[in-house]
Design a protein around this ligand. Structure first.
Ligand SMILES: NC(=O)c1ccc[n+]([C@@H]2O[C@H](COP(=O)([O-])OP(=O)(O)OC[C@H]3O[C@@H](n4cnc5c(N)ncnc54)[C@H](O)[C@@H]3O)[C@@H](O)[C@H]2O)c1
Length: 568
């Protein structure tokens, strides 16, 4: 198996260009009018195909992962995975070979085995054909999320896709069909669902502290001026070198990056676990800043810039709740995801100020009339009380992984929570925290919003992506193994990773890898031969460690019983 780690070096030279481009509006979306609402038609579930609500896959002792897309975002994921026990990083792929190669640094630092390198526009296709990969982690530009994920699922791999994971309804439905057909997970990598404040607030909402959350707000308000020039530019379809993100915003209307704001509030609102979004209305401002940036960059007039500077989408749910989502990557504002929950008994707010307000009695000390001087519940509770409240309702994910997340980092640790939870669920054979329907519900705002705005801000009906199963599960939950199961899985994962590190050192893999990279045929052969030994050496090291552990336990038990009988 490990032979492939070297043979794929040959792909370094293989460059082809792909001009494929995604758009918010699918080419084949069918709509009809129903009393002033634009209804988007849903494709019928193919015969013999079942839904994937609560999908599980057989437990994996080791999660063998490949990363595709290693620009600004991807390398952080590679690095985070080196901290997760029971993971094997099999392959690294980027359009540009040197970006993939650079990520080997994290593996070398951790003492893990070198990964195979793939590159070029189609390198991911070869990667997906490998039979030693369980999970493909996609962090490419938006045009490539779908082709890479589709290829991974078609090749029987679980798939995790950066946000937004699908750019339009056609891609949403194709990924749903593929996940249903292959019974493989297709997860949206929505890290904001794991931010510390969002997790604690979710726990409070689930425990009823906020009452029934009726209205929620989320947003992605982030002035991207310092970033525009750093996004990758596809040589096949970006002659002005605008970079994929500016180009996408120029060509597409609607909230094209809704999931950071929407994901966390959708979990609070139990979307497709007892409730569902039914209709939306979207409205945007005209475009000013994006157009200016394009004109400055190209020196030419920009006749049309589709994405408004600020887009607002309002959604209603089947249970009569409302969610408001905003998008603004153009204007100078403090970073803001809003995350505001308005419940019947309490209120939570993350940006710009973190705070909670819980229902308090206005009647105390009066003869029935509100005390107008007591303005306590007109503001947030004190910092001290908020600290106590959050400690009381600390989310179990933070309790379990908080210390580690602080060390590993990734947007303050939330990226690590997301990755480690995905691996935990795969190792324990549990449903993932986010499924392919979450992906579709959170990503479809771009196309539905665009349809609304292109039709005088009309209401647009959401498709039911679960096709009839949004009410099967009551309430959003994170899945957990029993403590015994969890302990056994963790012990096996730790033993695997320790054994891999021992084997890598014994085989001297990194020195051989460096020599092979110089291109000398004999050195390549030597590395290939050593890499081919990796699995066998890992098994030997695991066995040796298990034997040493058993011997230590036996010795301890014998010493303990000797001490006991001496004391008698
Ligand atoms: N969740 C978050 O907090 C967060 C933060 C930043 C970015 N992102 C998302 O991560 C993704 C990547 O963003 P980025 O900032 O790293 O962009 P980037 O432009 O820095 O990187 C994109 C990378 O994809 C590679 N690529 C393009 N086509 C490819 C192909 N066919 N095969 C392999 N690689 C290919 C490019 O070479 C480039 O290295 C985007 O979807 C973005 O929205 C998410």
């Amino acid at each position: 198996m490990k032979l492939n780690r070297v043979l794929t070096l040959a792909f370094l030279a293989l460059f082809a260009v792909s001009g494929l481009q995604a758009q918010s509006l699918s080419p084949d979306t069918k709509t009809r009018w129903d009393k002033g609402t634009l209804v988007v038609e849903s494709p019928v579930r193919p015969e013999g195909q079942k839904h994937v609500v609560g999908l599980t896959a057989p437990k994996m002792k080791t999660v063998r992962v490949a990363f595709v897309g290693l620009g600004m975002r991807g390398p952080g994921a590679v690095s985070r995975f080196t901290y997760i026990p029971g993971v094997e990083i099999v392959a690294l792929c980027d359009y540009e070979a040197e970006r993939a190669e650079k990520c080997q640094k994290a593996l070398r630092k951790a003492g893990l085995a070198p990964a195979a390198i793939y590159s070029g526009a189609k390198g991911y296709e070869e990667l997906c054909k490998r039979d030693d990969i369980d999970l493909v982690y996609v962090a490419t530009d938006w045009d490539h999320h779908f082709p890479v994920a589709k290829c991974a699922l078609e090749n029987g791999k679980h798939t995790a896709i950066e946000v937004p994971s699908a750019m339009n309804l056609q891609q949403c439905w194709e990924l749903i069909n593929l996940s249903e057909k292959t019974r493989k997970h297709c997860m949206i990598l929505e890290n904001c669902c794991y931010d510390w404040f969002e997790l604690d607030a979710l726990n409070m909402a689930q425990k009823g502290i906020l009452g029934e959350v009726l209205y929620a707000k989320g947003a992605y308000i982030h002035n991207l001026d310092p970033f525009w020039d750093s996004y990758w530019s596809n040589p096949a379809n970006d002659p002005d070198k605008l970079g994929w993100r500016m180009k996408y915003n120029m060509e597409n209307r609607g909230d094209v990056y809704a999931t950071h704001g929407l994901g966390p509030v959708a979990q609070v609102m139990d979307i497709h676990r007892g409730d569902r979004f039914t209709t939306l209305v979207a409205m945007d401002t005209k475009s000013v800043h994006g157009r200016e940036l394009v004109e400055k960059k190209t020196g030419k007039p920009c006749p049309e810039f589709r994405n408004g500077d600020h887009t607002t989408t309002l959604m209603r749910t089947a249970n009569g709740k409302v969610v408001e989502i905003q998008h603004n990557v153009m204007n100078p504002q403090p970073y803001n995801r809003l995350f505001q929950l308005n419940g019947t008994r309490g209120f939570a707010n993350k940006y710009p100020v973190e705070g909670f307000t819980l229902e308090s009695s206005h009647m105390a000390g009066t003869d029935g009339a509100p005390d107008l001087e007591d303005l306590d519940s007109h503001g947030f509770m004190s910092e001290e009380n908020m600290k106590k409240l959050r400690e009381t309702y600390r989310h179990p994910i933070i309790k379990k992984y908080g210390e580690m997340a602080e060390k590993v980092g990734g947007h303050g640790g939330m990226d690590f929570f997301m990755d480690v939870r995905m691996v935990y669920c795969l190792q324990n054979g549990l449903p993932l925290d986010m499924d392919v329907y979450d992906m579709a519900e959170w990503c479809c705002l771009a196309e539905l919003g665009s349809l609304s705005m292109d039709n005088n801000n009309c209401s647009v009906a959401f498709p039911d992506f679960t096709r009839g199963h949004w009410n099967d599960v009551k309430g959003y939950k994170h899945a957990w193994a029993t403590p015994e199961q969890e302990a056994a899985t963790e012990a096996a994962a730790e033993a695997y990773t320790a054994a891999q590190k021992t084997a890598v050192e014994k085989l001297n893999l990194w020195a051989l890898y460096d020599a092979a990279k110089e291109g000398d045929a004999a050195a390549v052969k030597a590395y290939e031969a050593a890499a081919a030994q990796l699995d066998a050496e890992v098994a030997i090291a695991e066995k040796a460690a298990a034997a040493a552990k058993a011997a230590a336990e036996k010795a301890y038990a014998e010493t303990y019983s000797a001490v006991e009988s001496a004391q008698k």
